[in-house]
Design a protein around this ligand. Structure first.
Ligand code: PMP
Length: 361
């Protein structure tokens, strides 16, 4: 037999490794089988699932066909096979599933950057998993060596949010690759805001690194936050595990149908272009205000800005009916507010309110 090339060895190692990272009880799980999983023929008289027979469709549990139609549509939009895609109740469900699939409560730990999206820690706490938050560098760049130093043999997850919420910056591919090469567990790359970044998605790295899990969502660029649909791209074996652990009907009939009808890449691209132009406009304008000390660069649909009196400015904006996110108590952000980019009209109102704030100061 010819000897495998070095890169083949790495692939073989990777392929065996990811299942070793899965909790034994999850690897051996006998998943719940829904009434209609067992019967795959054409549907006739349905007396199998204790549903109410009267109704227009919502009396029935969500149809497998509808779910697979949405899965196929999203997979093709993303350029992946349906076997590489998991659909959850928002990416929040996938964050929780990462813990439930990989982390033994009370034993394993997760490493993450700080500041970052709050649900990584909440889900760690819910699952009784130690959360090792590693501060970003002062310029918000990735502390690659410190993240690796925080890891040990029980580190099953590393959360990297890029572009990062709330700092707004995307991390370079070289840093993500360095972490994928050296972190001993699964690397979860949360790309909720990647559509707004010039760098775009790094999901193509899945072809090289089975230990990568990419989280995306319909809640941001796709404008469907109310639907609650999150997208996970990963090795098919991880997707299978997520599908076995999730609730049997985690996405309802109406949500699936509405998502299929509402996914519009042309509209999304146009809205993203508008929001990026508005982001640039707001950055330029905000820099001219005395009450804005610093505007951080952003690859996302929000801006982190520092201001001498964040609570005062927050209250002023609120009195004008403008709700922003106070990030002044988040370690690493300084005296900061996070402003989501709105419509051009909403952004003008924000600027007018800031002018009024400066006049009264
Ligand atoms: N990841 C990040 C980085 C987020 O900021 C958010 C929501 N603010 C989410 C995930 C949650 O997304 P979803 O609506 O898909 O649950």
């Amino acid at each position: 037999m010819p000897k495998p090339y070095a890169s083949d060895w790495r692939e073989i190692m990777e392929r065996t490794d990811i299942l070793r990272l899965v909790r034994d009880n999850i690897r051996n799980l006998e998943p719940y089988s829904t009434a209609r999983d067992e019967y795959r023929g054409a549907l006739g008289i349905l007396l199998d699932a204790n549903e109410n027979p009267y109704g227009e469709g919502l009396n029935r549990y969500p149809a497998r066909l509808l779910r697979s139609q949405l899965l196929e549509r999203i997979a093709s939009l993303k350029g992946f096979a349906p076997e590489q895609v998991f659909l959850g109740n928002g990416s929040d469900e996938s964050i929780d599933l990462c813990y439930r699939v990989f982390c033994r409560p009370g034993i394993d730990n997760a490493v993450a950057i700080a500041p970052s999206y709050g649900m990584y820690r909440v889900c760690a706490d819910v699952n009784d998993v130690a959360y090792r938050a590693v501060p970003l560098e002062p310029d918000f760049s990735l502390p690659v060596d410190r993240l690796l130093a925080a890891a040990d043999g029980n580190s099953r997850l590393l959360f990297i949010c890029s572009p990062n919420n709330p700092t707004g910056n995307a991390f370079p591919e070289a840093d993500i690759r360095a972490l994928l090469e050296r972190f001993p567990g699964m690397v979860v790359l949360d790309e909720a805001y990647a559509d707004f970044s010039g760098q775009g998605s790094l999901s193509r790295l899945l072809a090289e690194y089975p230990r990568l899990i990419v989280l995306q969502t319909l809640s941001k660029a796709w404008g469907l936050a109310g639907l609650r649909i999150g997208i996970t791209l990963a090795d098919p074996r991880i997707i299978t595990l997520f599908d076995r652990v999730r609730y049997p009907y985690n996405i309802g009939t109406d949500t699936l149908a509405l998502a299929l009808r509402s996914l519009d890449p042309v509209r999304t691209a146009a809205e993203v272009a508008t929001l990026k132009a508005e982001r640039k406009m707001l950055i330029d304008k905000l820099k001219g205000f005395r009450c804005i000390l610093h505007v951080f660069p952003s690859d996302a649909n929000f801006l982190l800005v520092q201001t001498p009196d964040p609570k005062g400015l927050y209250r002023h904006l609120l009195a004008d009916g403008i709700i922003v996110r106070d990030r002044s108590t988040t370690a690493g952000c300084g005296p900061a507010l996070r402003l989501t980019i709105g419509t051009p009209e909403e952004n003008q109102k924000l600027l007018q309110s800031l002018q009024a704030y400066e006049r009264q100061a």
